[in-house]
Design a protein around this ligand. Sequence first.
Ligand code: ADP
Ligand code: MG
Length: 139
Amino acid sequence: MSERTLAIIKPDAVKKHAIGDIIASYEKAGLTPVAIRMMQFSKSTAEGFYAVHKARPFFDSLCTFMSSGPVVVLVLQGDNAIKKNRELMGATDPAKADAGTIRKAHGANIEFNAVHGSDSPETAKFEVSYFFPQTDIVG
Ligand code: ADP
Ligand code: MG
């Protein structure tokens, strides 16, 4: 079933000039970009996006990191896009990520881990609409 997921190329990966390599990975996996936006989050944009993690000890550090430099936000579309992208990303901790995953290739540690991907249909819906009005999504 074709579905949409929200991906973010995080500030660490943008700084490393990994945007092209990561988008190529999405395309090779059959995940088609249907919206792309480059931006820098304010701290409050990051806090709103990661609101589910508000109680976690790493919340403030995560929001500082996510607002530390430009990011690329994408909507990816394809069969089982949510699960497919989670598999392509690899484990949250790059040290535990499988070979061939984006986090294995570009992540530094459990916080600076190169990419975000929605983890369920409900979060995908919230996350896509957090950044993109329907009219800015093609296809
Ligand atoms: P994922 O991005 O794999 O869905 P989570 O939703 O659990 O992982 O966490 C969101 C983000 O918070 C992670 O991608 C990572 O940047 C950061 N993070 C997660 N766990 C930790 C931790 N223990 N210490 C610091 N940062 C963390
Ligand atoms: Mg998550």
